[in-house]
Design a protein around this ligand. Structure first.
Ligand code: FES
Length: 98
């Protein structure tokens, strides 16, 4: 099963991923506006705001994501770390600062 990742604030085309694909392994500087640093959920470079989940909800934050974002972006429950997302639904995301 495949899912689409759309970027709201970019002229990049939507990217089609297979279920379970990790965004940090499939999104590159060529195909997305999302940048990655540590890729393990501790730097915040890949912070995105999830604007839409089309179909099922996106899986909940991982343990590391919850800890990091609870400190760095409290009260912003639409913010996720793209490096921690294993795609399970169609999403529209926007790069954000935390
Ligand atoms: S790349 Fe560092 S938190 Fe995602």
């Amino acid at each position: 099963m495949s899912f689409r990742v759309e970027f709201s604030d970019s002229d990049k085309e939507a990217v089609e991923l297979q279920e379970g694909d990790c965004l940090s392994e499939k999104l590159t500087i060529q195909n997305s506006p999302i940048l990655f640093g540590c890729r393990i959920g501790i730097c915040g470079t890949c912070a995105v705001e999830v604007l839409e989940e089309k179909g099922d909800p996106l899986h909940p934050r991982t343990h590391d994501e919850t800890e990091f974002l609870g400190t760095m972006a409290p009260d912003r429950n639409k913010v996720r770390l793209a490096c921690q997302i294993h795609i399970n639904t169609n999403i529209k995301i926007k790069k954000t600062e935390i």
